[in-house]
Design a protein around this ligand. Structure first.
Ligand code: WT7
Length: 656
């Protein structure tokens, strides 16, 4: 793409009008904003009617800041809402999941009727090993249908799942099992990644050496081969589950029954057990899935390309799509399992209509080149979404042009593990979109951008994102630590929820999320977001990925250090390192301002990423400030950061 076009895209006033063709049949109509604004609590009460309640709630919100209850006197069963009621409505033959394995050609089709039987058997099996309402069950599983079945079986019993991403180490698993005192673990012998079997059970065995309260482990056979076995504790899924009755009578539970715990990193070393409850969480995931992805239950095929080990998988692979009764694709493998065009094959073969993924993945796919998507028929797609980090305009435009062929609306969705469901996003067919902006709070959601003193900023200004009123899927707290909940989210700006993100309102009042504020730098008294500098770097045609940190600097307070991977081949970059670096520094200076010019740019073949694909800025900050490296155990490849440290020590920095 040409520089001139790129410049035009980077212009934040560039905006795409909602497609008229889309608008005519969109689930959400413009009046929704007006109705919700008139009475947000009443709006959410009507949204709760998406669920089938055993006892309909008469109460909507009970707010004892910062503790909320939604639909407090209602009762329901989460699994019934996800599965049984669709079967009862005569939709049992509807496909719930097109499951696609890591290996090409391996797939399973699971209808709602199949799912009902599988969940019933698993619920009966869990009951047999003593799981009852309120118990916590750890789930450490690959992306196989049994993972979804397990989650649904747990909540069907009124128990609580704590899904732990299968890429976590034994130590991380143990600390999470202990923190919420899980007494049962569901896992698999292993997982497939790019054709290779990666064992999982040994990590569970190791973790359980320090978890004496775990009395039962249920193991799905996925990869085959030998596994160590503890008699009396370990049970094969195919022995215990498959002999159970495929019917199960459910009980109903209060709306505020805890549904799930999801651990997420905070600023301290100890992960926080974010927990969500049933009625409010299901209401908001269903509403957002319906309005933002515009799902039509009869025709859409939704693919949320995430792992069920993260909140995105929970809300938009499992609960949102199932409550809405739609068909989803669930994919086990990596983006290049079987080749760099695997994703596009999956879309073509399954006629995916709605694709939802993270900017980091989009940039990877972009780096591989648009010849891959171009070789496949992607005409089934009608809507694209992104989540997880600010998306740079170049990636947004690539997504729009090369994946959405210029016609699919893009929804840039802002939310967090803590918010449970999407909070800020365009609504397709109603809201215009801008490359890199999440645009506006959803109907029923009230946010603000405030300055240091908590005062609302005007258009064209930046500040901190806060959520000013409770929302149904808000976390009910940090498991076992209500004080930390208050302190982390409710103390920075009294009375409102502080998300930890910087944000800007542009001249039109539209919202741009600028990343975590711990990534906001102060250069000579000027506030700059690491994301802004990254956007600029990634906007250069030579750059594949960039991570920017603020390093302490004697003169300027903080100075910018950028770690950059190039699209050029290693040999080409090697030829003229100094030239590339000075060109990039000038480019940033030109794109933002001379104050944004990085002090140092380190060219590196790879950036250190967690197994969930997030760049580990904390480590890069340590590298940039020559500190000893902290915990690297959650990194995908711990050696990457050491080689960057070597490059850093060899870099001369700003000589000017
Ligand atoms: C943080 C939450 C929500 C599922 C995945 C991440 C960042 C998320 C966006 C977006 C800019 C975003 C924020 C947020 N983030 N979505 N569309 N634009 N930033 O969940 O791990 O809890 O992370 O991700 O910084 O605070 P999470």
């Amino acid at each position: 793409m040409s520089e001139a076009r790129l410049e035009a895209w980077l212009d934040e006033t560039r905006s795409f009008e909602p497609s008229q063709q889309f608008a005519a049949s969109a689930n959400a109509q413009p009046s929704i904003y007006v109705d919700a604004a008139a009475d947000p609590v009443a709006y959410w009460r009507t949204q709760a009617d998406r669920l089938t309640w055993t006892k309909a709630p008469t109460k909507t919100l009970e707010w004892d800041r910062p503790f909320a209850k939604w639909f407090g006197d209602g009762t329901l069963n989460a699994a019934y809402n996800c599965v049984d009621r669709h079967v009862e409505a005569g939709r049992g033959e509807k496909v719930a999941y097109h499951w696609v394995g890591d290996a090409e050609g391996e797939s399973r089709t699971i209808t709602y009727a199949d799912l009902q039987k599988m969940v019933a058997q698993a619920a009966n099996a869990l009951s047999e090993i003593g799981v009852k309402a309120g118990d916590r069950v750890a789930v450490y599983m690959p992306m196989i249908p049994e993972a979804v079945v397990t989650m649904l079986a747990i909540v069907r019993l009124g128990a609580v799942h704590s899904v732990i991403f299968a890429g976590f180490s034994a130590e991380a698993l143990a600390s999470r099992i202990l923190d919420s005192d899980c007494q049962v673990v569901v896992t698999a012998d292993g997982a497939f990644r790019r054709g290779a079997a990666a064992p999982l059970k040994p990590a569970v065995d190791e973790a359980l050496e320090s978890c004496p309260n775990v009395r039962a482990v249920l193991v799905v056979r996925r990869t085959g081969g030998d596994v160590a076995w503890v008699d009396g504790r370990d049970h094969w899924w195919h022995d215990l589950v498959e002999r159970q009755s495929d019917t199960h009578t459910y009980e109903s539970f209060p709306a505020e029954q805890t549904l799930l715990i999801m651990y997420t990193s905070g600023t301290t070393a100890k992960p926080k057990g974010i927990f969500h409850t049933t009625g409010g969480y299901l209401t908001q995931v269903a509403t957002t899935h319906y309005n933002i992805f515009d799902v039509k239950a009869e025709t859409d095929v939704c693919w949320t390309a995430a792992d069920i080990g993260w909140i995105t998988g929970h809300s938009y692979i499992v609960y949102g799509p199932l409550v809405n009764g739609v068909t989803s694709v669930m994919y086990e493998g990596l983006p290049d399992s079987g080749g760099r065009d695997r994703w596009w094959k999956i879309i073509e073969e399954n006629k995916v209509t709605i694709l939802y993924t993270a900017p980091t993945t989009i940039r990877t796919l972009m780096k591989w080149g648009h010849q891959h998507p171009a070789a496949h028929d992607l005409s089934s797609l009608r809507l694209l979404g992104t989540v997880g980090e600010p998306i740079n305009p170049e990636a947004w435009m690539w997504y729009r042009e090369h994946i959405g062929s210029g016609r699919c609306p893009i929804v840039d969705t802002w939310w967090q593990t803590e918010t449970g469901a999407i909070m800020i996003s365009p609504l397709p067919g109603i809201t215009s979109t801008k490359p890199g902006a999440a645009m506006r709070a959803l109907p029923g959601i009230q946010v603000d951008v405030v300055d240091n003193e908590g005062k609302s900023v005007g258009n064209g200004e930046g500040g901190y994102l806060v959520i000013t009123h409770p929302w149904p899927s808000m976390t009910r707290g940090i498991y076992g630590d209500p004080e930390r909940f208050k302190e982390t989210y409710w103390s920075r700006f009294p009375g409102v929820y502080f998300a930890g993100d910087g944000a800007k309102r542009d001249a039109d009042g539209d919202l741009w999320l600028l990343g975590r504020i711990d990534d906001v730098m102060n250069i000579s008294g000027h506030r700059l977001s690491t994301t802004e500098v990254e956007h600029a770097l990634v906007g250069h045609r030579a750059v594949a990925e960039a991570a920017v940190v603020g390093a302490t600097d004697e003169t300027t307070g903080q100075a910018i250090v950028a770690f950059v991977t190039l699209k050029l081949s290693a040999e080409d970059a090697q030829k003229d390192q100094a030239g590339v670096i000075s060109e990039l520094r000038e480019h940033v200076s030109r794109t933002i301002s001379p104050i944004a010019k990085p002090r140092q740019i380190i060219l590196t073949p790879e950036l250190p990423k967690t197994r969930s694909g997030k760049i580990m800025r904390r480590l890069l900050r340590d590298v940039a400030e020559n500190r000893p490296l902290g915990d690297v155990t959650t990194l995908m490849d711990p050696t990457v950061v050491n080689s960057i440290a070597v490059l850093m020590s060899e870099s001369s920095g700003d000589e000017e």
